[in-house]
Design a protein around this ligand. Structure first.
Ligand SMILES: Nc1ncnc2c1ncn2[C@@H]1O[C@H](COP(=O)(O)OP(=O)(O)O)[C@@H](O)[C@H]1O
Ligand SMILES: [Mg+2]
Length: 252
């Protein structure tokens, strides 16, 4: 039975979509079967980052409307074996789906995958809550700055109040030089401010931007450290204990 993880943030642009793509591919490389769900109806972009825009035909909205099955809507990645993407309906098709419907959709998908990662919109909108409060655990992605971390703290509180039992933070876009000069928050302070236990840290890495823009799989096209950090996180999710920045060097 698969584990369902919602990936959330208080503030926008913290790296949730890149995180979902990177960790999902890393999980597949470990032999896992992964479903990525784009739950960000306003700014859906997992299809772009994964180079799958011309492949997605149906969305999870179509599944809920009874227009197709999950199998038809969840398209296979062209290169990464065992990775499927279920994209979001656009906001203009704006039916409001009920939380029970979303929860039932996730439960229908669960037996077919070992991991289901949900790329949520930023903030506290009802659809974020509908997906996140239907998941088994949440990962809050934050950059190491006070405004993003305050958002992380607030969404962590909302998730806990809604009954999500396991909530972690992943700190993204770390730069050693900025931490050293006090221009960015260090990892301990990030945990203190957010009040959340740490799942992992991802360095600033231009390959994340380049691969995302070109729809290329980071693992295949990059030798950078973000790739290693996503792989570390995938291994931790599977229960392997690893030093925080194993194999990762932070740039100045
Ligand atoms: N570790 C990283 N290093 C460098 N750039 C990153 C990193 N993570 C994300 N980005 C970039 O930051 C921007 C926002 O990331 P994205 O994953 O779309 O965030 P969100 O889904 O939270 O809005 C994108 O341009 C992405 O390429
Ligand atoms: Mg996003």
């Amino acid at each position: 039975m698969g584990q369902i993880i919602s990936v959330v943030s208080g503030k926008g642009g913290t790296g949730k979509t890149s995180f979902c793509a990177g960790v999902a591919v890393a999980l597949c490389a470990l032999g896992e079967k992964v479903l990525l769900i784009d739950a960000d109806r306003g700014l859906r972009s997992l299809d772009i980052v994964l180079g799958m825009s011309d492949r997605v035909l149906f969305s999870w909205g179509d599944v809920l409307d009874g227009a197709c099955s999950i199998k038809e809507a969840a398209v296979k990645h062209p290169i990464v074996k065992n990775l499927r993407l279920l994209t979001a309906p656009s906001i203009s098709e704006s039916d409001n789906y009920r939380r029970e419907e979303i929860a039932a959709l996730l439960e229908r998908a669960r037996p077919h995958f070992t991991w289901i990662l949900i790329d949520c919109a930023a903030g506290f909108g009802h659809e974020v809550m509908d997906f996140a409060l239907s998941s088994d655990r949440s990962i809050v992605v934050s950059t190491p700055d006070h405004s993003a971390l305050r958002g992380a703290q607030r969404i962590g509180i909302q998730m806990a109040a809604g009954g999500v039992e396991q909530i972690h933070i992943a700190v993204n876009r770390l730069r050693l030089g900025m931490i050293g000069k006090g221009e960015a928050v260090n990892i301990d302070a990030a945990m203190d401010t957010s009040g959340l236990p740490l799942l992992g840290a991802i360095p600033e890495d231009k390959d994340v931007i380049a691969c995302g823009n070109q729809g290329q799989v980071l693992v295949l096209f990059s030798t950078g450290y973000a790739r290693v950090a996503y792989a570390n996180i995938a291994r931790r999710l599977r229960g392997t204990r690893l030093p925080l920045l194993q194999g990762v060097k932070l740039k100045k």
